[in-house]
Write a protein that binds this ligand. Structure first.
Ligand code: CUA
Length: 309
């Protein structure tokens, strides 16, 4: 798994935030050392000696009082200016159609590419070197979209759309997470942003825009049938099959994703079987119910999902 560090940024926006953080930390460190240094100096220099009388108290010292009022005001104004400049640098491009619409749910991310009619979940593919305008929505409670190496943090508020500028300067996988406590599985609301060359991104998008793969595999077709008969289709959509519920993640191309349960386990056939058999054993409190399926049903559904490349 790649490491996600706020010091290893891959967009001008995240770079500006990282520099502001370091600068603020530096200014705070200087002030801290100055205050501690003066206190230590006073403790040593003016330590009481045996037999010494109490010193005469000093009341008021105008020039010192003016200095310690003005100095913090100047420092704070400077930091305010730096913050405003950084905020400007990270604002999304105005008056541009949304490239991607992302909605936070307990505890996963719905990801839509409106122009290409692509729907996916938790893993966000983007072309490298492009400024993308992202619309962020809250599906149930407040979540917060944060991919530290690429963009600023942004809340996802039900009933209110927020905007974000997403940009990656190098291909790679960038990790993110929900940054607003949103319930028991807040910690397992992970994001992968997969930045690719334009050509790779285009072919990914074309593949995702197609309906579900049709297979001749008997077990997979058995699984497709069970998917319709069981209550799976009351919550999940699979493009081109008539299943179009939007309660849980879209499964049209689930086999093409890296992880399950918003990052909690790798997407392997074994893990998928464990997930379908009892999602709560893997992600306690997840809103997908345990359907008490037979082993045969689990096997058939896994065969079907594995065909959904
Ligand atoms: Cu979603 Cu925390």
């Amino acid at each position: 798994m790649p490491v996600s560090s706020v010091f290893d940024t891959h967009s001008p926006q995240a770079g500006a935030i990282s520099r502001l953080f370091l600068l603020s930390l530096g200014i705070s460190a200087i002030i801290f050392l100055l205050v501690v240094g003066l206190v230590l100096y006073a403790i040593v220099r003016y330590r009481g000696q045996p037999g010494q009388e109490d010193p005469t108290p000093v009341f008021g010292m105008r020039h010192l009082e003016i200095a310690w009022t003005i100095a913090p005001a100047v420092i704070l104004l400077g930091m305010f200016g730096l913050t405003v400049t950084t905020m400007r640098a990270t604002n999304p491009p105005a008056a541009k159609e949304a490239d991607i619409v992302i909605t936070g749910y307990q505890w996963w991310w719905d990801v839509r590419y409106p122009q290409a009619h692509v729907v996916t979940a938790n893993e966000i593919h983007i072309p490298v070197g492009k400024q993308l305008r992202i619309e962020l929505k809250g599906g149930d409670v407040i979540h917060d979209f944060w991919v530290p190496q690429l963009a600023r943090k942004m809340d996802m508020v039900p009933g209110h759309t927020n905007e974000l500028l997403l940009f990656a300067d190098t291909p790679g996988t960038y990790l993110g997470a929900c940054a607003e406590y949103c319930g028991t599985q807040h910690a397992w609301m992970r994001i992968q942003v997969i930045a690719q060359s334009q050509a790779e991104f285009d072919s990914w998008q074309q593949a995702q825009a197609r309906g579900a793969a049709v297979t001749a595999d008997a077990a997979a077709n058995q699984g497709a049938q069970r998917f319709r008969q069981l209550t799976c289709s009351s919550c999940h959509a699979i493009g081109g099959t008539g299943a179009n519920a939007q309660v849980g993640p879209d499964l049209t191309h689930i086999a093409s994703r890296n992880t399950l349960g918003a990052g909690i386990i790798e997407n392997t056939p074994d893990n998928l079987a464990r997930w379908i058999a009892n999602p709560h054993a893997i992600k306690q409190g997840v809103l997908m119910p345990n359907l008490q399926l037979s082993d045969a049903d689990v096997r058939a559904l896994v065969a079907y999902m594995e065909a959904l490349k």
